[in-house]
Ligand binder design. Structure first.
Ligand code: COA
Ligand code: AMP
Length: 625
């Protein structure tokens, strides 16, 4: 048996005992009555009866336990040229003051706080300050437009919002405050307070509910950690489903802390004091788990990077950060690697930097095409480990395990199930399929600690979204196979979710926006294969009878509409006017067929946008009896 097989068998033999042992890595105010309580929540809850504070586990216990002078957070902003290092003591003290500023405004246990911020240390402090008070944070990614922020404010009903005057994108400043003001105007729910970080490159106009975040912190008394129930919510993170309404995935405190702490050694092979860099954004689950909570729970140093992999200042930016901060493990999305590879195909810029401290590169967020994984492994000469997870699970479902000694990773595969996950491939009726057969990837219930136990405000909505299709299983929404060695390959989604540059988007959400254009009669949005971003959204629209306008004019309006309503992150640039959409006899648009053609599953090489101009005619011909 390999060490991985032994650990997996150990978990299978007694899952509750396995997790109870993992829970020893966390400080508890009060230990649990039961490791798992099956009758609680949508499918059961972990560590029922226990009490802890996640901020204490992430900061105070290290600050007070001998790591006070160790860097906790290295902020490296290629966007501004600034760098800042905060030790565990400094990060704890600043977080306690931010918590104090919130407490002075009456925010406490169970209150929601929306965080809409760029990649600055104050975003990390804001998340941990909420955790300190037992308040529930909901971070909204900065690339979303006001209407999307409004939907999240409407649903989470925050008492406060923490934001900044601006973010920085290549060649432009993104003024966050006007977007926040517009979102609050659009939302029926109004927060009581907005705390704004004034960045020097663009200062925000302040209104009646606004206060300067740094001034508020300066005048605040540090707030202590407040123990909460392990089953209480730590955060809500909204993610795309199949409709325009985002799903508010809830994360609990105890199970999440245990699972993330265990994952840092088991999956990434990190020890306290090691430097870990997750090059994502705090607005995504990857950023929550592996920029903020995971590395800090484990006593590591986390790197927070504000900038892009290329262009700030060059395609060697990632390697510069790895070398300068002595990063041991880098975690990024395949799209980022593809952009680097495009600019620096021979890895010449990589060679300028001393990467001797770097042990491994982890990839997730989208399927990694084998050529990119092979290029990275060859150029770096280090293990490149793909691992598969979702906002809902909060930590990897499958991975390679540095903590158990890596097994050879197969390009295109996401690795093997982590202890905690029984992953199987099911047919549409819910029967387990044999190895090497593709079908629905599902996880046998209960989900392990760390996985989202519910959707905000509704266990029923959670059951309907994930548990009802295959009783006894969690439906991941991904399709794939498991090979003879047990390696899982994730091939794509079974629903209308697409993945653009590692960002999860709902085609239904984009369709809702297109359908709102006055000239559009009906539409379908699909993901089409994109060499850089993996997928790119492509909209087909049928214009209303009598509308006779040039395609480029309508397309430009549709692109602008999606950018204004959903945000630049939708990366919606391609719209085609067609005379009709392929439909079933009963009039349902054949989205799955359009999708298959557009994402290239039916063609090698994949079609180009021009090939798809006549999609309706192709489909009509195919459907003709
Ligand atoms: N605030 C405002 N706008 C933002 C933004 C933010 N935080 N993030 C992105 N945008 C904008 C970009 O400027 C771009 O605008 P443009 O159309 O004017 O060019 C648009 O949104 C699309 O952005 P994106 O698709 O991300 O492309 P990019 O060139 O800006 O960045 C990557 C490319 C690879 C760096 C980026 O997509 C990335 O980091 N992806 C990985 C995501 C991830 O970490 N996922 C989690 C799994 S690891
Ligand atoms: P998100 O919830 O934004 O993290 O997106 C989760 C989705 O991204 C998954 O359901 C998959 O479709 C996709 N995904 C994430 N990681 C991988 C991976 N390693 N391989 C293939 N797809 C992935």
């Amino acid at each position: 048996m390999t060490p991985y097989e032994a650990a997996y068998a150990d978990w299978q033999g007694n899952p509750q005992d396995w997790w109870a042992r993992a829970a020893e890595g966390i400080d508890w105010e009060q230990r649990w009555d039961r490791v798992f309580a099956p009758e609680m929540g949508a499918f059961g809850q972990w560590f029922a009866g226990a009490r802890l504070n996640v901020c204490h586990n992430a900061l105070d216990r290290h600050a007070d336990g001998g790591r006070g002078d160790q860097p906790a957070l290295i902020w490296d902003s290629a966007a501004t040229g600034e760098k800042r290092t905060l030790t565990y003591t400094e990060l704890r003290d600043a977080t306690a003051r931010m918590a104090g500023a919130l407490a002075a405004r009456g925010i406490g246990m169970g209150d929601r706080v929306v965080i809409y911020m760029p990649m600055v240390p104050e975003a990390v402090m804001a998340m941990l300050a909420c955790a300190r008070l037992g308040a529930v944070h909901s971070v909204v990614f900065g690339g979303f437009a006001a209407a999307e922020l409004a939907k999240r404010i409407e649903d989470a009903k925050p008492r406060a919002v923490i934001s900044a005057s601006c973010g920085i994108e290549p060649g432009r400043l993104v003024a966050y405050k006007p977007l926040l003001d517009e979102a609050i105007a659009l939302s029926a729910h109004k927060p009581d307070h907005c705390l704004i970080l004034q960045r020097p490159m663009l200062r925000a106009d302040m209104g009646a509910r606004d206060a300067d975040l740094l001034e508020a912190m300066h005048g605040a008394a540090p707030a202590p950690c407040r123990p909460v129930r392990a089953t209480d919510p730590l955060y809500i993170l909204y993610t795309s489903g199949t409709t325009g309404k985002p799903k508010g995935v809830v994360r609990d405190c105890g199970g999440y802390a245990v699972a993330l702490h265990r994952s840092m050694s088991m999956i990434y092979g990190m020890k306290p004091g090691d430097v870990y860099w997750c090059a994502s954004d705090v607005g995504w689950v990857v950023g929550h788990s592996y920029i903020v909570y995971g590395p800090l729970l484990a006593g590591c140093t986390t790197v927070m990077y504000e900038g892009k992999p290329v262009g700030t200042p060059d395609a060697g930016a990632f390697w510069r950060v790895c070398a300068e901060h002595r990063v041991r493990v880098l975690f990024t999305a395949p799209t980022a690697l593809r952009t680097i590879k495009q600019q620096d195909p021979n890895a010449a810029l990589m060679a300028h930097h001393d990467l001797s401290k770097l042990d491994a590169l982890f990839l997730a967020g989208e399927r990694c095409d084998p050529p990119t994984a092979i290029w990275a492994a060859g150029a770096l000469g280090k293990p490149v480990v793909d691992h598969w997870w979702q906002t809902e699970t909060g930590w990897p479902i499958t991975a390679g395990f540095r903590g158990f000694g890596l097994f050879p990773s197969k390009p295109g595969s996401g690795g093997r199930p982590a202890p905690g996950y029984d992953v199987q491939v099911l047919d549409d009726a819910g029967a387990i399929l044999p190895r090497e057969t593709s079908g629905n990837l599902a996880i046998r219930l209960p989900l392990p600690p760390g996985c989202g136990p519910t959707l905000w405000g509704s266990d029923d909505a959670y059951r309907a979204a994930y548990l009802s299709d295959f009783p006894g299983w969690y439906r991941t929404g991904d399709a794939g196979t498991i090979d003879a060695d047990g390696d899982v390959s994730v091939m794509g989604r079974t629903d209308d979710v697409i993945n653009v540059a590692g960002h999860r988007l709902s085609t239904g959400q984009i369709e809702e926006v297109l359908a709102g254009h006055p000239d559009v009669a009906e539409c379908a949005v699909v993901g089409m294969a994109d060499a850089l971003k993996g997928q790119a959204p492509l909209g087909f629209v049928v214009l209303k009878a009598g509308v006779d306008r040039p395609e480029h004019e309508v397309a430009a309006e549709l692109v602008a509409l999606v950018r204004a309503r959903i945000g630049p992150v939708a990366a919606f640039k391609l719209a085609r006017v067609v005379s009709r959409l392929p439909k079933t006899r009963s009039g349902k648009i054949l989205r799955a067929s359009i999708r298959r053609i557009a994402d290239g599953q039916d063609a090698n090489p994949p079609p180009t946008i021009d090939d798809l101009a006549t999609l309706d005619d192709i489909r009509a011909a195919m459907l003709r009896p």
